[in-house]
Design a protein around this ligand. Structure first.
Ligand SMILES: [Zn+2]
Length: 93
């Protein structure tokens, strides 16, 4: 399946980057999931999904595939991995 790539530039001060955290669960679908730990991510840490650079307080390019958020990238990585808007992205894994 292929998806259509779009992106928009968002400031890292945008509310979407506040109050984030990494949730770690254990268990199974049949027995239920249990919260193991929750690691809060500081609001002033917004990492590029391409090169892991902290982009705060600069802007990021949020890349969407078929309208769903795929990741956030610095301008350099976004241009490297997603050079043209409207390109098709192979969503098969
Ligand atoms: Zn990057």
């Amino acid at each position: 399946m292929q998806g259509k790539i779009t992106y928009r530039t968002i400031p890292t001060t945008d509310p979407m980057f506040r109050n984030r955290g990494i949730t770690m669960l254990s268990g199974s679908a049949t027995e239920g999931m249990k919260l193991q730990s929750y690691i809060p991510v500081p609001d002033n840490v917004v990492l590029c999904d391409g090169c892991n650079t902290n982009l705060y307080p600069r802007a990021v390019d949020a890349v969407y595939i078929n309208g769903e958020l795929h990741g956030v990238y610095c301008k350099w990585c976004r241009e490297r991995y997603f050079p043209r808007l409207g390109d098709l992205w192979n969503t098969q894994t």
